[in-house]
Design a protein around this ligand. Structure first.
Ligand code: FAD
Ligand code: MG
Length: 345
């Protein structure tokens, strides 16, 4: 009998076993990145975490939107209209940026860096004393900056539009997370979670259970709900609350509608996208905030998204059927949720 009880207790312990987790935090991309590695052994985990920190530092330096680095140099050379050798670190930004702009119907457009800067967001502490001159905005809109302005010829690059300025802020975190996942795998890591301010990606499991994430409640703090992530899957949330400042009693935020040149006023406070591809999730979440409650279904269909949550300014939630099925709601902020299938609209 005693042996049986001991056996049952052992089984219970095995069922609820917490994995051995090694964790590292680093400040990069203007946010805190936290990486957790589970069940890999001390040495392997620490080596992988050190490699990741170096990779993120390198990407931060090369891709910084306004400090000296490859992106900055490219933007300066773009102004001249002359051909220059493409730094290899820019290739993923160029290739993915082009495809994502096309897929989103232009609502995600990393070539609008001049508009983002005009609104004061190329700074650690964004602010402006007065709104930008509408004529400056109009001139940039009329010039239609686009990733399609980049002409790649072998190793040479030319920018065909002086209004072009690359701003990787809307998809670099996703690209960085994607490269980090590859690096973890190179180090033989099978179970890990990367969390980078508003975006998370999981591989494998957290011991006996899946990795779990929360979707932030922008109204009262805490979370709207939680979600279990599959073995190679992540979630990106774009929120207009992430970067903003007060101007004449109004809040000016950082997600710019490429059609108007102004911070978007479509009525979405945040959009969350679950996807296997972290770069797509990052860009799509930004595009959905721009699209708003009337147009988001088209963007979801065109970008191949099936797990989406929109939080609207009027405290309503819109979820795709797959999101509604997977989201475990927190009862504190009990906002009404409508389920909408983009494929049916
Ligand atoms: P997302 O919604 O994913 O993206 C919004 C950002 O994308 C905006 O901030 C803007 O940059 C750009 N954007 C706006 N509208 C559009 C649109 N329609 N289409 C495409 N892109 C759009 N911040 C700091 O304060 N200090 C730093 O030192 C700093 N370093 C950084 C270094 C790197 C390499 C990168 C990539 C970012 C850095 N940032 C820094 C943060 C950056 O400025 C953005 O604020 C951040 O990337 C926004 O991420 P998000 O997930 O909140 O927003
Ligand atoms: Mg984004």
């Amino acid at each position: 009998m005693r042996a049986l009880v001991a056996c049952a207790l052992l089984l219970l312990a095995a069922c609820t076993r917490e994995p051995e987790v090694h964790e590292a935090d680093f400040l990069t991309f203007g946010t805190l990145v936290t990486v957790q590695v589970a069940d890999a052994g001390e040495q392997r985990a620490q080596e992988a975490l050190r490699a990741l920190e170096q990779d993120f530092r390198f990407m931060h330096e090369q891709w910084h939107p306004w400090l000296p680095g490859s992106v900055n140099r490219m933007n300066l050379l773009c102004e001249t209209g002359e051909a220059f050798v493409i730094p290899p670190t820019l290739l993923p930004l160029i290739e993915r940026g082009r495809a994502l702009e096309r897929a989103s119907g232009g609502l995600f457009n990393p070539a609008i860096g001049k508009l983002v800067a005009l609104w004061g967001f190329h700074s650690d502490d964004p602010e402006r004393d007065a709104p930008p001159d509408p004529r400056e905005i109009r001139a940039l809109l009329d010039a239609h900056p686009s990733m399609a302005d980049l002409r790649v010829d072998g190793i040479m690059l030319t920018c065909a539009n002086p209004a072009f300025r690359l701003d990787p802020g809307g998809y670099a975190k996703g690209l960085g997370i994607g490269q980090a996942v590859e690096r973890l795998r190179e180090h033989g890591i099978e179970h890990a979670m990367i969390n980078a301010g508003g975006q998370a990606h999981a591989i494998g499991r957290h011991g006996e259970r899946p990795w779990r994430v929360g979707i932030r409640d922008p109204f009262v703090g805490g979370v709207i709900g939680t979600l279990d992530l599959g073995g190679d899957e992540g979630i990106a949330t774009s929120g207009d609350y992430e970067r903003s400042y007060e101007l004449d009693g109004r809040r000016v935020h950082h997600i710019i509608d490429p059609r108007t040149g102004n911070p978007t006023e479509a009525g979405v406070i945040s959009a969350s996208v679950v996807h296997r591809d972290p770069t797509l999730a990052d860009a799509a979440a930004t595009a959905l905030v721009v699209a708003g409650p009337r147009e988001w279904m088209r963007v979801a269909r065109d970008m191949g998204l099936d797990t989406v949550l929109l939080v609207l300014h009027d405290r309503r939630l819109i979820a795709t059927p797959e999101m509604a099925r997977r989201l475990k709601r927190d009862t504190r902020g009990d906002y009404p949720m409508e389920t909408v299938d983009p494929a049916q609209r």
